[in-house]
Design a protein around this ligand. Structure first.
Ligand code: NAP
Ligand code: COA
Length: 267
């Protein structure tokens, strides 16, 4: 492709005619992404385990995108994920964008973490992300296709009581780089967004058991505030659009500067 041809791709965040699948799209950050991309014109399919959660989420997406659809599946069940994505491809067209946002987490000291507790989080976060991306690959439109994982600051910074999530998310950061290397020749970009603490989400609630911890986490960001799901959705919309057509294998911190934040109280 020469530069003249490349310049035909739209310089905008227009998602009309873009077929988008979001695992973990039935609540929190995944749902925020679904609603934001729907508002930009995308055809949205969300995946989650719980049918009631899917229905409740869809009722909020229908206001924006009446053709949204939900699929009940566990990302640990690779054959079922392949079945869902194949059905989406068959009924809703070639897939342009796949976002892997499903995760499980809980706060537990490593000495009290059972092998199955560790394995469960690795299976949902890391293996689940691989299951979703590898099932999607043969079903993608091989032009401007984008895969995006939701990782976390735990991938880069060790956190107490988070050995499972730190290990899983670190694996996701490396997986994204490896798949970007291998799948670039297929015209597929693979990136990740790393959210900081996001207000009103299950993830933050599980890690901020007391007001003191909540304050500590907020003050660990450079901006001294929590983000919201819309902040994450905007970063995702950019990375999965042709605006980022030369960006692959990267992790974008959308964390209020948490990575560089000050853990010592300011005067
Ligand atoms: P959440 O509201 O609990 O959302 C999790 C989503 O994943 C739900 O749709 C859930 O639906 C689905 N899910 C969970 N396990 C699944 C499985 N085994 N198979 C299929 N779907 C599954 O969580 P959140 O706080 O918004 O977090 C979303 C993502 O952001 C996660 O990757 C998390 O690690 C990341 N993150 C969050 C924060 C934060 O502050 N919240 C910060 C950094 C990173 P079902 O339960 O129905 O399956
Ligand atoms: N502390 C210690 N161990 C825990 C735990 C906790 N709070 N919660 C679960 N576990 C252990 C269980 O005891 C079990 O281990 P065992 O068999 O040795 O007893 C193992 O983890 C699996 O638990 P189970 O409840 O069977 O897993 P599940 O597949 O039904 O659910 C979870 C997965 C545990 C991650 C559940 O919390 C979940 O579905 N979370 C999704 C929502 C979420 O976490 N959102 C935040 C995203 S950042």
């Amino acid at each position: 492709m020469n530069n003249k041809q490349a310049d035909k791709s739209p310089i905008s965040l227009d998602y009309r005619d873009r077929n988008v699948v979001i695992s973990g799209g039935s609540s929190g950050i995944g749902l925020g992404i679904a609603r934001h991309l729907a508002a930009l014109g995308a055809r949205i399919s969300i995946i989650g385990r719980n049918q009631d959660k899917l229905s409740a989420a869809l009722s909020t997406i229908y206001e924006i995108a009446p053709d949204a659809a939900g699929y009940s599946a566990d990302v640990r069940d690779a054959p079922r994920i392949t079945e869902c994505l194949t059905e989406i491809r068959r009924t809703r067209g070639e897939i342009d964008v796949v976002i892997a946002a499903a995760a499980g987490n809980f706060f537990v000291p490593a000495e009290k973490m059972s092998p199955n507790a560790f394995k469960t989080v690795i299976e949902i976060d890391l293996i689940g992300t691989f299951n979703v991306f590898s099932a999607a690959l043969p079903l993608l439109r091989r032009e401007d296709a984008a895969l995006l994982a939701i990782t976390a600051p735990q991938a880069q910074r060790p956190m107490a009581n988070q050995a499972h999530a730190c290990s899983a998310k670190a694996g996701i950061d490396m997986l994204v780089k490896c798949l970007a290397m291998e799948w670039g020749t297929h015209g597929v970009r693979v990136n990740a967004v790393s959210p900081g603490p996001i207000a009103g989400t299950e993830g933050l609630a599980r890690l901020s058991a007391t007001p003191e911890i909540e304050r500590f986490v907020r003050d660990a960001t450079a901006l001294r505030k929590f983000g919201d799901v819309e902040d994450i959705a905007r970063s995702v919309a950019f990375l999965c659009s042709p605006m980022a057509r030369y960006v692959t294998g990267t992790v974008l911190d959308c964390d209020g500067g948490m990575r560089h934040g000050n853990f010592v109280p300011m005067q």
